[in-house]
Every structure is written in structure tokens, then in C-alpha cells.
Design a protein. Structure first.
Length: 526
């Protein structure tokens, strides 16, 4: 094909949905062999545009060219046949299948379903530093591993144009650098990457070109070397880049959460008559249990008015710590005290009703019923409490009235409270969850990746909600893959590695690189 012909050219793309124009006359040209970043707020139209390029949506107007050839993409199968692959922000994996089975599914004709397929998957994983266990069940994987599986799945199908939606959301700085090095290798082989991210510093570091979309329209394409992150943010939302930072200390001497010696064993742990194994734990009736520890003698304290951050590479026990605090997993040993009361054996419902709020790490899997109306989602986890219930009965009127309040106070942009949660952008879904969990004056908030995959405007809003709640005396456990967020928003910051809290660092004196080293065990931090 002639030199200079773009890998992708979208011309005058317009896409309408009832009551909204998602894309309006968008023009986008992506050169072959470049990393082209796409930036914009949640709801700006980025995802719709990429779904059009991936054949998931049909444009109402406009044209698509791939390598200079006009193209009608009626389905993702058409896009894959043209060498286009997409890694979605919310993964498309079958939890009950293994990594290999997920990757091969639908592509059996390429390398079969046996040893050749497995060997090719291992080869790709090694080539691009995408370390995963090919035989692991996906339901056992953390978010980071799931994302790696999705990337391998796209490469396995021979994609030459890769659409990556928030690919660094769960990576520490060292892993981000490795991914960026791999993207440069892909470029050198002539592959084209569309990189969607809300991390503007990363966008400027990895991209050759940046196109900004605002409210469904193209604002412009800029050279990353000629703009700052703040200028990009202004193009996106018309305001400066928000900074995650706390102001004056609000930490009190009143303990809200006290965890002592918490030990949690993997699901394959088993009771034995006697054992002095280093990996053994003791359950509450005194039986010795042997198995891999996912939490090992964890102790921490959170005071009213304090945000305690947990930094760690995905899969080092963060999710299990949350589940133990919320009563979703039973500890093999240790004690959890809340507001001076031992709640180690309390049910999740009882903990919720006592004032423990929870923002889950995956809003689609654990935070929302996407097909449900906003007012129905307002009740999730709080269906036994006012204003959602009156005695033993659901109070629909009360739930709807309070949902209207949340929409107003938390700036959830929606046509109404009866629309399904799936109709909202990721940032607005997250603000709905935050508003729900902040309702009822909780004493403790467990916040897992509260700003993952949302734009700078929604990010700033959620940070401000956390600051205000902290000032009012809320105790917060913050778990995040965004190290700038952890450093800026934490009063106290712990590092977790292989299920143990291995270090406590001063948030005011640590850099993301130093914190990343501590998270990987590469450097002792104290």
C-alpha cells in the first residue's frame, strides 16, 4: 500500500441514541505504526467511537477506512478479520474457564485447543511480559491478571490494530514502563495502537499523537511533546488537572477499625490433626489448618478522620483483606474490631447496618446491577435500611426520593432515575456508587480503586467527597493502583507484599517510584 496511507481513517462519524448524540461529525486519522492516544471525559464519546471501529456499533453517518480501503464493519468478527482487536475496560471473560480456554474460545481454528495453542499463548505472554498462569481459572484471578489475559487474547488473534482501553489502570510504575517498552516494540513491527487513558502523564509519555474528544466532538489532535498534562485536562474538561492531596490533618485518637493478627488461607486450605508448618493457621475452634496464606498476620488501625492507604501489586492480598473486613471471607486467625466491638464473626449484613460502607474494585461485577434502574441500584447493600425500607417492606418511594438527592448532590449526569445503570458513563456510575455508600452517615468506608477508569473531572469530584467525609470524621481504608492517588490522599500508607504488611511509609516523603519498588520487594522502605 502507498506510504502515508493511515492505518485508520474515520470521517464525519455521527452516532445518535435516543435523547443524545454520542458522536457528532468526528474525524480521526491514525498513522500506521504509531501509538495514538484518545482522551476525553467519561461520556465524551470515546467508547462509542471505538465500538464503531470494532464493529460493535454502526455509525448513523460517516465512513471508515482501514489501510486506505473503505470498510463496513457489521460486527466484531468483521473487525477481527481486518486485524482489529480491542481490550475493553470491563473485561469480556468467562469466569468458569481457564486462561487458555478463554483465549482460545472462538479462535480454535488458529492453533487448535491443545498443546499448540497453549505453547503459542505462553510464547506471547513471555514475549510481551504478560505473566499469567495459563491453567488458572479466571474467577481466581485479580483484576491485573484478567487484563493481561485480555491483551494476550487480542495478540493471539493476530491483531495489527490494537485498541487498549485503560490498559495501565492496575499496573505499578515499573510494570507501566515495561508495557510502554512493549508498545514501542509493537510499533517497530508496524502494529498500530489506539491508547485510551485518563492518566495524562502516561498519555504524553507513550503516545505519538493525542486526539481529544469533548461532548461527542473532536477538539483537536496535538503533539504530546507540545502540551502539558494541565493543558490536556483543560482541552478535555475546561479546567486544570486536579491534584490528589489532603489539606490539614483531621486524624483523631478515636479508633474505628482495629485489625489484629488477621490470617486468611486460600480456598484449598485443609484441616490436619497436627502441624508445625510455617504456612499453617489455627481456626477459631483450635484445629490446625494447612494451606497457602493469602493474608499473613495482618494488623492495622484506622482512626476517625483518617485515610489509611494500602499499596501493593494486584494479587498480594488486597482483595482478601477487603473481603475479610466486609465478612465475605472467614479468617483462619485474628480479630477485627469495629468501634470497640469485636465483629470477627458478624455477617456482612450486620456490618453494613452498623455503618461500614464499601466501594468495590469492580463496579460492574460487584457494585451495580447494570440492567436495574438507578433507584434500584441505590438500594444494593442497603435494602434493609431507611430510606430504602420501612420495617420489613421495600420503600420504593423513599429509595426513589433519595436517588434523586444523590443524583443532584453527586452530579450524576443522567436523564432520570429510572434509566438502567448501564446507560451511564463509567464516571457517573462510580459517582452513583460513591453517593450510595456515603449515605446514612457511615463510620468506616472501604474504598477499593474508587477512581479507576474514570475521567479527571469525576476523579476530582470523588477526591473532594473523600476529603469532606474525612473532615467530618469518616475513617477510610483506601486501596488503589494509582500511586499518585495513594500518596496524595493517605494520612498513613502501608505496603502489602505476599499477604503481609511489609512497610509503612510517609506519604509526604515517598515518590511513586520508591513506592513501586517497595511494592515489588525490590527495595526496603521504612
Amino acid at each position: 500500500m502507498p506510504d502515508g496511507v493511515p492505518a485508520v481513517r474515520l470521517t464525519s462519524i455521527t452516532k445518535r441514541f435516543p435523547g443524545v448524540v454520542a458522536n457528532r461529525d468526528i474525524n480521526l486519522s491514525i498513522a500506521r505504526g504509531e501509538v495514538h492516544a484518545l482522551c476525553g471525559e467519561n461520556g465524551a464519546g470515546k467508547s462509542t467511537l471505538m465500538k464503531i471501529l470494532y464493529g460493535m456499533q454502526r455509525p448513523d453517518e460517516g465512513s471508515i477506512e482501514i489501510d486506505g480501503e473503505p470498510m463496513t464493519l457489521r460486527s466484531p468478527a468483521d473487525a477481527i478479520a481486518r486485524g482489529i482487536g480491542m481490550v475493553h475496560q470491563h473485561f469480556k471473560l468467562a469466569d468458569n474457564l481457564t486462561v487458555v480456554e478463554n483465549i482460545v474460545l472462538g479462535a480454535e481454528r488458529l492453533h487448535g485447543i491443545g498443546a499448540r495453542a497453549r505453547a503459542r499463548i505462553v510464547e506471547i505472554a513471555g514475549q510481551y511480559g504478560l505473566s499469567v498462569d495459563p491453567d488458572a481459572l479466571v474467577e481466581k484471578l485479580g483484576v491485573g491478571d484478567r487484563q493481561r489475559v485480555e491483551i494476550i487474547k487480542v495478540l493471539y488473534r493476530g491483531a495489527r490494530i490494537l485498541i487498549l482501553d485503560e490498559p495501565t489502570a492496575v499496573l505499578v510504575p515499573q510494570e507501566v514502563d515495561e508495557l510502554f517498552a512493549n508498545l514501542h516494540e509493537l510499533k517497530s513491527e508496524g502494529l498500530t495502537v489506539v491508547f485510551i487513558s485518563h492518566k495524562l502523564d502516561e498519555v504524553r509519555k507513550v503516545a505519538d499523537s493525542i486526539t481529544v474528544i469533548r461532548r461527542g466532538e473532536t477538539v483537536g489532535t496535538v503533539d504530546p511533546r507540545s502540551v502539558t498534562s494541565r493543558q490536556l485536562a483543560e482541552l478535555m474538561v475546561g479546567s486544570e488537572l486536579p491534584i490528589p492531596e489532603l489539606r490539614d490533618s483531621t486524624v483523631t485518637d478515636r479508633v474505628v477499625l482495629d485489625i489484629s493478627g488477621l490470617t486468611l488461607l486460600a480456598a484449598d486450605a485443609r484441616p490436619v490433626p497436627d502441624s508445625d508448618s510455617a504456612s499453617a493457621g489455627v481456626d477459631e475452634v483450635g484445629s490446625t489448618v494447612v494451606g497457602r496464606m493469602v493474608l499473613d498476620d495482618v494488623s492495622l488501625t484506622i482512626h476517625a478522620g483518617e485515610i489509611v492507604g494500602i499499596a501493593g501489586v494486584e494479587g498480594n492480598g488486597q482483595s482478601e483483606l477487603i473481603e475479610a473486613i466486609m465478612g465475605l471471607q472467614r479468617a483462619a486467625a485474628g480479630r477485627i474490631s469495629y468501634a470497640g466491638t469485636d465483629i470477627t464473626h458478624w455477617s456482612t449484613r450486620r456490618r453494613r447496618e452498623a455503618g461500614i460502607a464499601y466501594i468495590p474494585e469492580d463496579r460492574h461485577r460487584h457494585g451495580l446491577v447494570l440492567e436495574g434502574a438507578l433507584w434500584e441500584n441505590r438500594m444494593l447493600g442497603h435494602q434493609t435500611q431507611r430510606p430504602n425500607a420501612r420495617g420489613p417492606w421495600i420503600d420504593r418511594r423513599g429509595a426513589k426520593r433519595d436517588t434523586t438527592r444523590i443524583v443532584r448532590e453527586y452530579d450524576v449526569r443522567t436523564p432520570g432515575i429510572n434509566v438502567p445503570a448501564a446507560a451511564l458513563s463509567g464516571g457517573n456510575q462510580q459517582k452513583l456508587i460513591v453517593g450510595r455508600e456515603m449515605s446514612g452517615e457511615p463510620k468506616l468506608l472501604i474504598a477499593a480503586h474508587p477512581t479507576r477508569g474514570i475521567d479527571v473531572g469525576a476523579q476530582a469530584a470523588i477526591w473532594e467527597y473523600l476529603r469532606q467525609a474525612r473532615a467530618a470524621g469518616l475513617a477510610v481504608l483506601l486501596i488503589s493502583a494509582d500511586l499518585e492517588e495513594l500518596i496524595g490522599m493517605s494520612d498513613t500508607l502501608h505496603v502489602v507484599l505476599r499477604g503481609r504488611l511489609v512497610a509503612q511509609v510517609d506519604p509526604s516523603g515517598v515518590t511513586p517510584e520508591e513506592l513501586g519498588s517497595a511494592m515489588t520487594g525490590a527495595e526496603a522502605t521504612s
